[in-house]
Design a protein around this ligand. Structure first.
Ligand SMILES: Cc1ncc(COP(=O)(O)O)c(C=O)c1O
Length: 415
């Protein structure tokens, strides 16, 4: 008979280090709390999550339904339907003038699985990955999940949040395995200049470039793809943001030749294939969704101006207009130093969802991120509701600050 010594409860419930290494995604935590409040009857203005309030374009929904009804319900090639991979290659040529063979496109159920596969491909335990901060929360979480170490380089709002090669070079060690850059960036909305990307590519490390917000840029700003500066870059992209298709779950990686077989094997094992009928929606988006994207972009530009003016009027600090994506990262310190506590208080009391800046790294503490892909009506309701509660928070914050000043030992030189 097998030795059946029972495990203690703590042994039984021990989780692997990689699961423990992941931090909560705070934008999702706020959204999930907001959903619970909505189930109890509250009306929430969702400015926390990076999600267009627009419906997906009609051509996209029609193509998806048609594919579903037409029996496109089986597995596909693990790397995606060749028709979609070809359409993505054509779209990449159209947007950036870069020729990419369709074989270099690996389709996935959202950009997130593609991101997981690329980090899994490159990062061994103990490897370091460099990224600018403030940053998209999942980058360090995925790096840690793979046993790696995220190494952050501060970027400066006044310098357009550029991830300068010189600053990156200073933190490179023999364990550095890759550099991550996002442009247009979440949460800053900043676009990395062509020379910034060129400088990063010249550092001779794999460049992972998250371009999911390309196409959502304002005032005629031009986005450079990492593919324009390096054949060896890993590009992450998807349909969630540009085409308002968050719930479809469709994304892709464009990878260098040498990585393709490994990514294919990972995709076969981890996911088998992306949703087949959703891939038909993706083809329709690329072929017929251009006008819808133009309309949404024009609306976002107006909403950006509306929310920036409104937030400034309420006392938030916004050093410069975001150039792309649909976020504004605002200095909220006069209302509360702890961004997580502040975001939850605004949700509970004002029924406004925002993302705490600390989600984007220590550099984001004291800030709140507002998403302006919500409708104009939602944005106006949120501003009005914030206006009713912020003066009280500001007063409380000022009171706390002056009480701290009065505390014995708080002033310099007395201890
Ligand atoms: C910078 C960035 N990359 C990737 C993603 C993930 O997108 P997807 O919905 O395609 O998984 C997001 C979602 O918010 C994002 O902001």
């Amino acid at each position: 008979m097998a030795n059946s010594t029972p495990m203690s409860a703590s042994e039984f419930q021990r989780v692997a280090e990689r699961a423990d290494a992941m931090q909560p995604f705070l934008a999702m935590e706020i959204m999930e709390r907001a959903f619970a409040m909505e189930r109890d009857g509250a009306r929430i203005a969702h400015l926390e999550i990076g999600e267009p309030e627009f419906r997906a374009p009609k051509v996209v929904v029609d193509a998806c339904v048609q594919a579903l009804v037409g029996g496109e319900t089986r597995y596909s090639d693990s790397r995606g339907l060749i028709e979609l991979r070809e359409a993505i290659a054509r779209d990449t040529r159209r947007r950036f003038g870069v020729e990419v063979a369709p074989e270099r496109v690996i389709v996935s159920s959202g950009t997130s699985p593609a991101m997981l596969m690329v980090f899994s491909l490159l990062v061994d335990p103990g490897d370091e990955v460099v990224l600018g901060t403030p940053h998209y929360p999942c980058y360090p979480n995925f790096i840690r999940y793979c046993g790696g170490v995220p190494v952050t380089v501060p970027t400066d709002a006044r310098a357009g949040y550029q991830l300068e090669a010189e600053a990156v070079r200073e933190v490179i060690t023999p364990r550095t395995r890759a550099i991550v850059v996002g442009s247009p960036g979440n949460p800053t909305g900043a676009v990395q200049h062509a020379e910034t990307l060129r400088g990063l590519a010249e550092l001779g490390l794999p460049l992972i470039s998250d371009e999911i917000y390309d196409g959502l840029v304002y005032d005629d700003v031009k986005v450079t793809s990492a593919l324009e500066v390096s054949d060896e870059a890993f590009v992450l992209d998807g349909f969630s943001k540009r085409y308002a298709m968050t719930g479809f779950r469709l994304g892709y990686a464009i990878a260098p030749e040498w990585a393709l077989r490994r990514l294919q094997i990972m995709g076969q094992n981890l996911f088998i294939s992306p949703n087949r009928f959703v891939q038909h929606a993706g083809i329709a988006a690329l072929e017929h969704g251009g006008d819808a994207v133009k309309e949404m972009r024009a609306a976002y530009q107006e909403r950006r101006d509306l929310i920036v003016e409104g937030l400034r009027g309420l006392g938030f600090g916004i050093p410069s207009l975001p150039e792309g994506a649909f976020y504004v990262l605002a200095d909220a310190r006069r209302f509360g130093a702890d961004s997580l506590a502040l975001a939850f208080e605004l949700l509970e009391r004002a029924h406004v969802g925002t993302t705490p800046g600390v989600d984007f790294g220590a550099a984001g503490e004291g800030m709140l991120r507002f998403c302006y892909a919500a409708s104009e009506e939602t944005i106006e309701r949120a501003l009005e509701s914030l206006g009713r509660i912020l003066p009280e928070l500001e007063e409380r914050c000022a009171g706390t600050a002056s009480a701290t000043e009065r505390e014995p030992g708080a002033s310099s030189g007395t201890s």
